[in-house]
Write a protein that binds this ligand. Structure first.
Ligand SMILES: C[S@@+](CC[C@H](N)C(=O)[O-])C[C@H]1O[C@@H](n2cnc3c(N)ncnc32)[C@H](O)[C@@H]1O
Length: 280
């Protein structure tokens, strides 16, 4: 794959981002502590699946781009599928997911694969979830087509992404601090698959049954808290000495900005599509 200017679409950068679980964990932790508004995503996915399942117990659930297994765990507990397979390109994420779920039997397993070639036979999945990962594909419609291949007749796909302008206030903050003046003008990390284009990507492949958008709110307690998040983002072109260094980023922010809480938003979009067929 050729390198893209968008780090989420650059294979080398992406592999670096998910080479060990600590970076995703730090990013999620900083965001989670800042969160003021918005339902827990994994619970919403499970609610949607429960409400749209044709039979009470799904036979096969796949969690594509499962990362550290947060949604895999909730789906296992809430849907009680006969089998759940978490699929991710990163071996480190899968190790972390296995450790967090404490998998001992056949009910849940984690497999390393690229989501363009899902290791699942055609027509077998009751539920396929792809949360916050389609924006890592330069052609997400190809991944959605692959997801549709795996679905059983009547099976559902739940695709989740965020708005292209997510966390825009942080881009402005980084620019105002003089750390990366171009940040507000750079392409969104989520440009490939975001709240406004997800339906258009899906419609030609699978009929959409449900689409909803929910604004999530975040207030970072102070500049040190923001710096924890910024240190995990590949979006910013920070001076070399600040790369992955939250304490140094905090010092640099405080040199130009007053230390106060920082608020921002992101829209989370949930799309549910169903493969035609199956007893209703
Ligand atoms: C932001 S994490 C999302 C994790 C999880 N779904 C969640 O909602 O917390 C994105 C995940 O997508 C995975 N990923 C990126 N490109 C992929 C690909 N081509 N095939 C499979 N997984 C991929 C990454 O390894 C990472 O674990």
């Amino acid at each position: 794959m050729t390198a893209s200017t968008n780090p989420f679409l650059d294979a080398t950068v992406r592999e670096g981002l998910y080479r060990d679980a600590s970076r995703l964990s730090a990013r999620t932790s900083a965001l989670h502590r800042a969160k003021t508004r918005g339902r827990p995503v994994a619970e919403v996915i499970a609610d949607l699946a429960s409400a749209h399942l044709l039979a009470p117990q799904p036979s096969l659930v796949i969690d594509i781009g499962c990362g550290r297994g947060t949604s895999s765990r909730v789906l296992t507990e809430r849907l009680r599928p006969r089998r759940l397979i978490g699929i991710d390109a990163s071996a480190a994420m899968l190790d972390d997911a296995r450790a967090r779920l404490g998998v001992t039997g056949d009910a849940a397993s984690f497999v390393q694969a690229d989501f363009h070639h899902l290791p699942v036979p055609s027509g077998t999945c009751t539920v396929a979830v792809a949360a916050f990962c389609l924006y890592h594909a330069s052609r997400p419609e190809a991944v959605i087509t692959e997801i549709a291949r795996t679905l059983a007749p009547g099976g559902i796909a739940i695709l989740v992404t965020k708005s292209a302008d997510s966390y825009r206030d942080l881009d402005v903050l980084v620019a105002n601090a003089g750390l990366d003046p171009d940040a507000p003008h750079r392409e969104s990390l989520y440009a490939a698959a975001h709240s406004a284009n997800l339906a258009g990507l899906t419609e030609p492949v699978l009929p959409i049954e449900h689409l909803e958008h929910e604004e999530h709110g975040f207030t970072f307690a102070d500049l040190s808290h923001v710096a924890e998040y910024l240190a995990t983002s590949p979006k910013y072109h920070l001076p070399a000495e600040l790369h992955g260094a939250p304490a140094a980023i905090a010092v640099a922010l405080r040199a130009r900005l007053s230390d106060a809480p920082v608020s921002t938003t992101s829209i989370v979009t949930y799309l549910l599509a169903r493969k035609p067929g199956g007893a209703r």
